[in-house]
Design a protein around this ligand. Structure first.
Ligand code: SF4
Length: 310
């Protein structure tokens, strides 16, 4: 099966019309706001958005309608593919296998260099695929070597309810669950999801919190907390997308690798090369020579450091 988005397919939302719009999913993890009638606060991620009626949170997919929070991207699939596990990227998890990969739209970060901005920073054409149908498709793909479901392409955790529903069904069908995420989620919802997740690749965008604030519209420490708890009960690998001059300082990389090693020195760190995209046409990609120097810095602390996208 090739990766595709659903533009032009018969079940796209343009064609589903009112039927799809009626299939609303109430969000988990929110509360009414005291003293602000009909306004709510989303408790899913560290942004803790306060959302007035008729508006969405920063991620654009959690929407206040009539004083209730709805998960608007639920079962809206923009991309499906049977990918090599190494493409997630996972280096040391069921190497050589393939995994059925699913993406939606939206993100709770605003990375100016986003490599997937067409689905993360705007709504894209989608096809409705309910959890039961997704898992049935994933089971069909077993004949082509599929080992499970990967929640990827855009940030999956903002579509929390869908990931949780699919992950439960996947485990019941003896399929693995893989999460590819920026790791920006609050502890309580993450702890509920974690028992269903077999492997994760978490983006660690920089060692500097200021990088998170300035370039991503997020914060570093909640991501470290996600890594800390995930490493206790799931296979965890990390990806650092290197951007020359912005997050490739040797001292930062040494600190990052030292902290990761303090959690588990066997955690795989993948250093990957960005390509100029979205709002940042510069700088040009980092050189392979520079990546090798940085990998050697990280290897002083970590057992496995690999280079990607070179
Ligand atoms: S998940 Fe979305 S709506 Fe909820 S706090 Fe995060 S950005 Fe805001």
């Amino acid at each position: 099966m090739m990766r595709h988005n659903c533009a032009g397919q018969s079940k796209c939302h343009e064609n589903l019309g009112e039927e799809a719009e009626r299939q609303e999913k109430l969000a988990a993890y929110w509360q009414p706001l005291d003293g602000q009638p009909m306004s709510v606060q989303c408790l899913l991620c560290p942004h803790l958005c306060r959302i007035a009626p008729g508006h969405a949170g920063i991620c654009r997919v959690r929407v206040n309608r009539g004083g209730k929070l709805f998960a608007d991207a639920y079962a809206k699939v923009t991309s499906l593919a049977l990918d090599p596990i190494e493409k997630k990227p996972l280096h040391d998890f069921l190497r050589g296998s393939k995994i059925f990969s699913v993406g939606s739209y939206g993100c709770n970060f605003r990375c100016g260099y986003c490599q997937n901005w067409q689905i993360s920073q705007q709504e894209a054409a989608w096809q409705r695929i309910d959890p039961e149908e997704l898992i049935a498709l994933a089971e069909e793909e077993k004949q082509h070597g599929n080992i499970g479901v990967a929640y990827t392409y855009n940030e999956p955790l903002i579509n929390y309810e869908y990931v949780l529903d699919c992950a439960r069904l996947a485990h019941a069908a003896h399929l693995k669950n893989v999460l590819v995420t920026n790791g920006s989620i609050n502890s309580e919802p993450f702890q509920t999801l974690l028992p269903y997740i077999d492997a994760m690749n978490i983006d660690l965008k920089s060692w500097q919190d200021s990088f998170y604030k300035h370039f991503c519209g997020g914060a570093r420490d909640p991501v470290l907390e996600t890594i800390r708890s995930a490493a206790r009960c799931s296979h965890v690998e990390l990806t650092l997308l290197l951007i020359p001059g912005l997050n490739d300082h040797e001292r930062d990389l040494a600190s990052l690798a030292e902290w990761v090693a303090s959690q588990d020195p066997m955690i795989v760190l993948q250093l990957t090369r960005h390509h100029p995209d979205y709002l940042m046409p510069r700088p040009p990609p980092i050189t392979v020579e520079r990546m090798k120097i940085l990998a050697d810095v990280a290897r002083k602390h970590l057992h496995t450091v690999v280079l990607g996208n070179i």
